[in-house]
Design a protein around this ligand. Structure first.
Ligand SMILES: Cc1ncc(COP(=O)(O)O)c(C=O)c1O
Ligand SMILES: N[C@H](C=O)CCC(=O)O
Length: 419
């Protein structure tokens, strides 16, 4: 049972887990035995409707049959060669055909590696050392990203991690999201190699770019010869086949990807202009390597996932289900007279309590996160798993069909009535 496993885990792992957000489920995390479609099945015999979906990768739900078969097919041919394989060419061609900024690509094994490499590329391309990120943006668990970072770094009050050398910390400039004035000032006064941004913030809850923000970043970075990096680890292939850059029609110099492009297996990627990507070893002098870079299993899962996205109505189903869930939540919260704001785009959303708007990380942190946590707990009691942390996103998928949505709406009605 979960409680017994938890007691064992506390003896084995820091905080009992291998990624901190998982410990935010109280009084202890439930352990999952198996998953199928939109459901998680816990070791305690519970079935949960899953709106976390591995924190984004499982846009097709758990064990999509086509993806599973393609993984098994690859498995039966071997799963690591230490050489190039045909499937990596196929995934690269698919991604490059859809992502406007992508002329070439390098596969790595996580979003963390992807953003760390993108920043190194920006420094190698410009010869500059500083980077600019935004308060509450989360670019993974490397030293340059863990400065004013969102997600579990904020949840566990360590938005700037211990252990980061001052020399590194001092190369990271910070602005508030949606604050172009700050960006212009930093670009004017500092030698910035690259500006990295989540085009839609998915690690402080959900926060949308204000009209003109992304366009302004593009204009400013171009005028200061600074690279613009879109961190699309969450939004890539979730907002559409062309990601946030297609959705907003703002084309960065580099794009980092992860999550969905691996279909639920470990993956990351840096894509962008050939002249920048070609700086990577062996063609250039910006080093990157990885035992599992472009591993055939992740490649096969990624190709299969994008093939399904190209031919099935995943985007419509996921958007419609997120819309139904969020609209019901809004209606019931308004009826109850509860102060809240809800940000939604396509298949992802998040609700914030005690505030009327959330347009940046500072405002997100002012929301009543303990009220959100109560909603998470009550939804869990009703068999619906939404993130335990205010600073994550509620994700739907191509398998959150009307039956699943109806069950979710029943749960929402019970929860909001009890609040
Ligand atoms: C926007 C963004 N960038 C980077 C990362 C890091 O990716 P990973 O967890 O695969 O290292 C994440 C999620 O963790 C993310 O949401
Ligand atoms: N916000 C993170 C990634 O999107 C949550 C996943 C994790 O860090 O465990």
């Amino acid at each position: 049972m979960s409680e017994n496993l938890w007691k064992e885990a506390l003896k084995l792992f820091a905080g009992g887990v291998n990624s901190p957000v998982r410990a935010a489920v109280k009084p202890y995390p439930f352990y999952v035995e198996k998953a199928e479609g939109a459901y998680l099945y816990t070791v305690d015999g519970k079935r949960l409707i899953d709106y976390v979906l591995g924190y984004g990768p499982l846009f097709l739900g758990h064990r999509h049959p086509y993806v599973e078969n393609k993984i098994i097919e690859q498995l039966q041919k071997g799963w690591l060669y230490g050489t190039p394989s045909p499937i990596e060419v196929k995934l690269a061609e698919k991604i490059i055909s859809h992502i406007p900024s992508a002329q070439k690509i390098r596969f790595v094994n996580s979003g963390t590696e992807a953003t760390m490499l993108a920043l190194r590329l920006a420094r190698g391309y410009t010869g500059r050392e500083k980077i600019l990120k935004f308060n509450g943006n989360y670019h993974g668990a490397h030293d340059y990203g863990l400065v004013e970072a969102g997600s579990a770094a904020t949840e566990f009050n360590v938005s700037t991690s211990n252990g980061i050398p001052a020399l590194v910390r001092n190369t990271v400039e910070i602005c508030e999201y949606n604050d172009l004035g700050c960006v212009e000032k930093k670009l004017k006064n500092e030698d910035i190699a690259g500006v990295i941004v989540e085009p839609i913030m998915g690690n402080m809850g959900l926060i949308l770019p204000e009209k003109g923000f992304l366009e302004g970043l593009r204009e400013l970075t171009r005028s200061y010869n600074t690279l613009l990096i879109f961190d699309e680890v969450i939004t890539g292939f979730r907002l559409g086949l062309s990601g946030a850059q297609g959705y907003f029609n703002v084309i960065p110099d580099l794009t980092t990807l992860g999550k969905i492009i691996g279909g639920g297996l470990p993956i990351g990627a840096v894509a962008g202009k050939s002249e920048i990507i070609d700086l990577l070893t062996p063609s250039g002098k910006v080093f990157n390597a990885g035992t599992f870079n472009a591993n055939p299993l992740s490649m096969a899962a990624g190709v299969a996932t994008i093939e399904v996205l190209e031919r099935e109505k995943v985007y419509d189903t996921a958007r419609d289900s997120a819309n139904a869930f969020s609209e019901e939540l809004k209606t019931l919260l308004e009826k109850k007279g509860i102060t809240f704001t809800l940000n939604r785009v396509e298949s992802m959303f998040q609700v914030f309590f005690g505030v009327r708007e959330v347009k940046n990380a500072t405002q997100a942190k002012q929301s009543d996160k303990s009220f959100y946590f109560r909603v998470h707990q009550k939804m869990l009691e009703q068999g619906v798993f939404i993130p335990p942390s205010q600073f994550e996103v509620i994700f739907s998928s191509g398998v959150h069909n009307s039956h699943i949505v109806n069950a979710t709406l029943e749960a929402v009605k019970k929860v909001i009535t009890e609040l």
